[in-house]
Design a protein around this ligand. Sequence first.
Ligand SMILES: Cc1ncc(COP(=O)(O)O)c(C=O)c1O
Length: 395
Amino acid sequence: MSDKKPMHPDTKLVLGGRRKEWLRGMVNVPVSRTSTILFDSVEEIHAAYPPEDGRLSYGRNGTWTQWSLAEALTDLEPGAAGTRLFPSGSAAVSIALTSVLGPGDELLMVDSAYGPTRHFCDRELKRLGIATRYYDPVATPEELEAMISDKTRAIFMESPGSLTFEVQDVPAICAMAKKRGLTTLLDNTWATSFFFPAIAKGVDLAIVACTKYISGHSDLMMGAVTAAPSHWERLSRTGRSFGQYVSPDDAYLAARGLRTLGVRLRQHELGAVKVAHWLKDQPQVERIIHPAFADCPGHEFWRRDFLGSSGLFGFALKGGGDAARDRLVESLELFGIGYSWGGFESLAVPAEPDPIRTASKRDYGGPLVRLHVGLEDPDDLIADLAQALAIHPAS
Ligand SMILES: Cc1ncc(COP(=O)(O)O)c(C=O)c1O
């Protein structure tokens, strides 16, 4: 897309990655499947290397189908140098971390990170001689700075955190990290760069599981890392060295999802806020855990930095125990029981953060449920929740 005219994010969603030479007269960049690229001469094949987006070299290095999606994602992040695609959100997290860490280094990891992110640190990074220390997601930049040792190389944030939705002061943490020469990484899956353009807030490597809102239709797995100029070369090199690749079919579907990200996210937001406000007033509900609610840890950072809230939040039941919570989840008819989120459909799962927390175990007053509010009419979802809550012991 042209960098010349400033454009609003919704316009970028429509135009991003749709270069004329890739469209060839069509509205969408076509799916081009290939392994081998054929050249007319040895000179041409040599000129195709080193590989870079926009230059055909070999199937693994992509065609316009993948480049176009990557470019559209970069366009949503003012100040970014580029985006690399990965076969899942978890692959994006692990390669981004691997691109900045080496033996003897130490990583400061937020305690509210997505479970498999934590497992990657505790198993694979440890095996490579990289130590991980966990910090409380409500830690101030000063408290975080006090944890830095001469081995610390990077700070990983996830904001809001998985399951417990604490919002971090990302700009202040990034400013502190820059001063100390550390790399910052952010799992930005909840907000996406549409609601939180992370590179402009100071993040070096902004990660999003495209499996969720970017694709938006629960039909593919993908991740993306968008890099600040200082981190682009290294991210690209590491991604290529690890042979990371996404299929053109998935890239096409993700790009199709991306075009409607804005309207979908705003609808998810409206639905989730309406459902959450209704839940807050129910006698069986102890509390809501939603970044847009004033009592959510870090709510002030959400209000200051984010352009909206998405469809994922949690609530704590008033007592009842885990078995009653599980019965409630099972008695919902419009909410599927399943991991993942970000698709058009509503989901509910029991949330159990304690087993994957070491620095921030908290008492929420009752068992937790995580809801993903999809694109159904929120009044129907409320009616469904009402019938399920009616069987809860606190009724
Ligand atoms: C916050 C967050 N980050 C990363 C991931 C990983 O994405 P994927 O499932 O595509 O590997 C998930 C998946 O649920 C997630 O919730």
